[in-house]
Write a protein that binds this ligand. Structure first.
Ligand code: 13P
Length: 255
């Protein structure tokens, strides 16, 4: 089965609302009618509403970078799934390694967020990946297995097809050290096998598994032509229109 490729931009803590709108407008001009690749941009919370306006009427979709699992309540500083839905967000990044390591998010919390996102019709982009020490200790597949299994606990087969998994080796994030296509495909193939065990063949074949970690126009083609790499979750190279557009084009060419 051929899965439609997906390129998602994680803008992290970058861009004021007006800078975000400028970038979103540039992307609409270049990619607004791109139909053969799904394109998602994930600005910071403060720019979501303005960016939603800028991409309105285009095929570019909106994602958030995190959310709380409760729909409302006394959770100072947090943002809920219904709030994101009200801004026309369709995706939400969950369990990013920066959330895990810098903000203490564990697998159980990530699982609650995944379930809440699905309940509110948001597609989770679930991030998993090993640190350098874990890779060197030969624990990569074990870590990825634990993170994936725990995050997807309680997710039904009907809902699982809406999930996007992003394999992001922590040592490749923002370091310029990209995983080789072979290293990435090994883990992506493993994740596909795991999803098959957890959710059955038909659903596992529909779930997109993205690669993230120093993906750039120069290394994208090789990664995106691997059998189980269905797109990219892009940090640094998503902050400028030119490189992000090139990545989307590379995904189209690899489709
Ligand atoms: P970089 O593309 O900057 O390495 O970031 C990847 C990432 O963390 C995307 O979520």
């Amino acid at each position: 089965m051929t899965r439609k490729k997906l390129i998602a931009g994680n803008w992290k803590m970058n861009k004021t609302s007006s800078d975000a709108v400028s970038l979103a407008r540039e992307l609409v001009l270049s990619l607004g009618t791109q139909a053969d690749v799904d394109v998602v941009i994930c600005p910071p919370f403060t720019a979501l509403e303005a960016v939603a306006g800028a991409i309105d009427g285009s095929l570019i979709k909106l994602g958030a970078q995190n959310m709380h699992f409760e729909p409302s309540g006394a959770f100072t500083g947090e943002i809920s799934a219904p709030m994101l839905r009200a801004l026309f967000a369709t995706h939400v990044i969950l369990g990013h390694s920066e959330r895990r390591t810098l903000f203490g998010e564990g697998d159980e919390l990530v699982n609650r967020k995944v379930l809440a996102a699905l309940k509110h019709q948001l597609r989770p982009i679930l991030c998993v990946g090993e640190s350098l020490a874990e890779r060197e200790a030969g624990q990569t597949l074990k870590i990825v297995q634990t993170q994936t299994e725990r995050a997807l606990e309680g997710v039904s087969r009907e809902m699982a097809a809406s999930v996007v998994v992003a394999y992001e080796p922590v040592w490749a994030i923002g370091t310029g050290k990209v995983a080789t296509a072979e290293q990435a495909q090994e883990v992506h193939g493993f994740i596909r096998g795991l999803l098959t065990k957890l959710q059955g063949e038909a659903v596992a074949q529909r779930i997109r598994v993205l690669y993230g970690g120093s993906m750039k126009p120069a290394n994208a083609a090789e990664l995106l032509t691997q059998k189980d790499i269905d797109g990219g979750l892009i940090g640094g190279a998503s902050l400028e229109a030119r490189s992000f557009v090139e990545l989307v084009r590379a995904a189209a060419a690899a489709s």
